[in-house]
Design a protein around this ligand. Structure first.
Ligand code: TNX
Length: 764
């Protein structure tokens, strides 16, 4: 099986010897500072070191943060006071330009940290901590002194807004999970956490005036009948916001409107045009039912909710969503049409603008700035104070900047969607699609060329990556998707383009970066081994097979052919392997710092060509059997009573056995199987792909998707050596909603092609 079935933890392949000497010649800091100048000598940090601060509370907080970290992570206790031989001074210095800029002067007897603000001092402290070896985090008692090379660092961020979005609506994150990410992200100088608190599938913020929002709206019924949900109390939110403040992170809350609000509508049906009773959405995708902009009660509700949210979130930015709001219901709603007429509007999109405008001015009265997804531009007339978050490519951001809006760049097309795959989908846990590698994230420049050319670069306030969580079932998967891509994002957001260098970044991630993440307790993506070309877990051959291994970023690959789990001491892959008998190739990638990817087992099986089926007289078509009810597993269906047997003409008929509605509510789920014969044109090895759950050829299971968390895409492919002629085929489909994905959205097809290791043949 692939790594999808393993946990995302990583293991140390070798412990190595603790080097307490930081590397001198190469700066390990992520994001890379503006300027680093090395000098002779080194500063000794130990229990004998003293610390001081000047500049009031801000300086005290930064100093205490640093001292606290040393104490907690490395068991080094600094004393407050002066020392002639080893001291660290944190100093607010108003002559330094830039709110988050800092200077770090490390000489043999003294470290001087200077910044204009507490945030600057905090970032200096983070840089200083990154100059200490990451191993010390994992072995706090292992060293009593550290040596930091003398150097002078001058640093400041490129962008004021450096953000990550978390989505606890699709899959919930506990307060502790959210705090853990804030602390880690702040290590890399990320300073905004956009918290997506409301959506169709769940409402996550306690609003005292509307208790049903969390009693009803925070819980949805999953496809297997279980209840899923959770929410943050106002105390929880205060705790997170305070924690974030101490790490100089502003929380930007998001209250979606007018779309993506099915959970609120389920709690208070009068918020929608038709007012029908409903439930939070039970599948991913976009809900057609949205807030009614015609009725005043909608605005009373939104203002009441905002009134309770504002004191919880003292930052200046407030996100009102605004994305993906279908307008179909408004066209037939009397209140919406009356509003449209009264305002002289011609298009429904103007009603969307009306909502944004009214709420925007309400927020402005309360000293907040509205942020919205790029759809907020669509109806026209948007106040220039609104900040546009460009997610559908860069176009929204460019248009907005041309109209004098500040913009935040988070284009799904340029790697900023961390819900996308980060290496070959065949070796990754299920993701939404797309392809966003570490390199792609790193290579992004948030200022589009057009804005540079027309002098509008300054409208780009910053950049953000989004962790939409449809396919992040738990915090382990979130972290696996977030790290180390968030480190690349941090460098995109902080470092000036002329100081960026992917090869150097890769070196820092592969060494100190990965190690630090590991000791901070974060799961992270260490590139799993892929096969070049056709990347399958089970490869059939008749004579011999050539195995070509690779990883999405170049790493050492180790492997075994004797069934043993590979270790750092195993053979290093240097050239393609030739396999002539049935063999399990077990392989893993090892980073230079010793961390190892999950082990992948690729089963290479030597087969002789499978005989054709003995058949009597055949009729065209296939036999379909159906069983009513929800099935979590496709095995042993025969043990249940079959409700129907009939002939169908296509395999795809499997998914058409009930009447569906768009929102998939109240479906009668079922399992179904088709069986028949497939005609194989010539002798050879064939590759099959299907998003159905099982595929058998000649009574052998060739594809088993039953372990996938979500049956979508053509992930598990299978191969089989077949003689020309007719072969038995059997396919099983489970109709139902699996982790938010309705299998009725799949095409239910089976594809086939002659197998080539290059994977270049077309599907038939
Ligand atoms: C689009 S990005 C959405 C989200 C989904 C996401 C999945 C945006 C403003 N809306 O509701 O979760 O795609 O990638």
């Amino acid at each position: 099986m692939t790594i999808r079935n393993l946990c995302f933890g990583v293991i140390m392949a070798c412990s190595g010897i603790l080097s307490l000497q930081a590397q001198t010649s190469q700066c390990p800091i992520i994001p890379r500072p503006q300027e680093v100048r090395y000098a002779q000598g080194a500063f000794q940090l130990s229990d004998a070191t003293c610390y001081r601060y000047s500049g009031g509370q801000e300086a005290r907080e930064a100093a205490e943060f640093f001292v606290g970290k040393l104490q907690k992570d490395m068991r080094i206790s600094l004393r407050k006071g002066k020392s002639k031989t080893s001291e660290i001074l944190f100093c607010i210095d108003k002559t330094i330009e830039g709110d988050e800029a800092y200077r770090l002067d490390i000489s043999d007897l003294r470290v001087e940290v200077r910044a204009k603000t507490g945030a600057g001092l905090y970032y200096a402290a983070q840089s200083l901590l990154q100059l200490l070896p990451a191993e010390a985090l994992g072995n706090p008692a292992s060293a009593s002194a550290f040596s930091i090379p003398c150097q002078h660092i001058i640093d400041a961020p490129r962008f004021a807004y450096r953000g990550v979005m978390l989505d606890p609506c699709r899959h919930f994150l506990s307060v502790e999970d959210v705090k853990a990410q804030i602390e880690r992200l702040a290590t890399y100088k990320i300073n905004h956490l956009h918290w997506h608190l409301t959506d169709d599938q769940g409402w996550r913020v306690e609003i005292k005036k509307y208790p049903l929002l969390t009693e009803v709206g925070a819980w949805r019924t999953e496809g297997d009948g279980s209840r899923y949900g959770g929410y943050y109390t106002q105390d929880d939110i205060r705790e997170v916001v305070n924690f974030a403040r101490r790490h100089h992170v502003e929380i930007v809350p998001e209250l979606e409107m007018p779309g993506h609000e099915m959970a609120a509508i389920a709690a208070y049906p009068y918020l929608s045009c038709k007012g029908e009773e409903t439930t939070p959405r039970i599948i991913w995708g976009v809900e057609d039912v949205v807030l009614c902009p015609g009725r005043e009660t909608t605005f009373t509700f939104l203002k009441d909710v905002i009134d309770e949210m504002l004191p919880l979130f003292p930052g200046t930015l407030f996100h009102i969503g605004g994305d993906e709001s279908p307008r179909g219901e408004w066209a037939t709603c009397d209140s919406c049409q009356a509003r449209k007429q009264a305002l002289g509007y011609e298009r429904e999109s103007q009603l969307q603008s009306y909502v944004i405008e009214r709420i925007g001015s309400y927020l402005a009265q309360h000293g907040r700035r509205l942020v919205g997804w790029d759809e907020i531009l669509e109806g026209g007339g948007l106040d220039t104070s609104a900040i546009v978050m460009s997610w559908r490519g860069e176009a929204g951001g460019i248009t907005a900047a041309r109209m004098n809006h500040h913009v935040l760049m988070t284009p799904s097309s340029h790697g900023m969607y961390f819900d996308q795959f980060q290496s070959n989908p065949s070796v990754e846990p299920m993701a939404i699609g797309g392809y966003s590698t570490l390199k792609k994230v790193y290579s992004y420049d948030p200022v589009p060329a057009e804005l540079k050319e027309n002098g509008r670069a300054h409208y780009v306030m910053g950049v953000q990556a989004n962790c939409w969580s449809e396919y992040m079932l738990n915090v382990g998967t979130l972290e696996y998707r977030l790290y180390p891509r968030a480190l690349a994002l941090a460098e995109v957001a902080w470092t000036q383009p002329e100081n960026k260098d992917y090869a150097d970044f890769e070196r820092r991630v592969d060494n100190e970066g990965a190690r630090r993440l590991h000791y901070m307790g974060a799961a992270q993506h260490i590139p799993p081994v892929e096969q070049e070309g056709a990347c399958l877990d089970h490869v059939v051959f008749t004579d011999s097979a050539i195995v070509r291994l690779t990883t999405v970023r170049p790493e050492r690959i180790v492997y075994t052919l004797n069934g043993q789990t590979p270790t750092a001491a195993s053979v290093t892959y240097t050239e393609p392997l030739v396999i002539t008998k049935t063999t399990d190739v077990k392989c893993a990638a090892i980073l230079p710092c010793g961390l190892m990817s999950p082990v992948r087992t690729i089963h290479y099986e030597k087969q002789s060509l499978s005989e054709t089926a003995r058949t009597g007289k055949l009729r065209p078509g296939l036999m379909l059997k159906k069983w009513e009810g929800f099935y979590a597993s496709p095995f042993r269906l025969e043990a249940n009573k079959c409700s129907e047997v009939k002939h169908v003409d296509r395999i795809e008929a499997l998914r058409l056995q009930n009447k569906r509605n768009n929102a998939m509510r109240g479906l009668a789920d079922y399992a179904a199987e088709v069986s028949g014969y497939v005609s194989i044109p010539t002798d050879g090895v064939y590759e099959f792909a299907t998003n159905n759950v099982l595929l058998w050829i000649d009574g052998t299971l060739v594809i088993d998707n039953s372990q996938l968390t979500t049956p979508r895409h053509y992930i598990n492919k299978g191969t089989r050596a077949l003689k020309s002629g007719l072969h038995e085929i059997k396919v099983v489909f489970l109709g139902g909603i699996y982790n938010g994905w309705p299998s009725y959205w799949d095409d239910a097809a089976v594809k086939m092609r002659p197998f080539t290791a290059e994977g270049t043949n077309n599907w038939q």
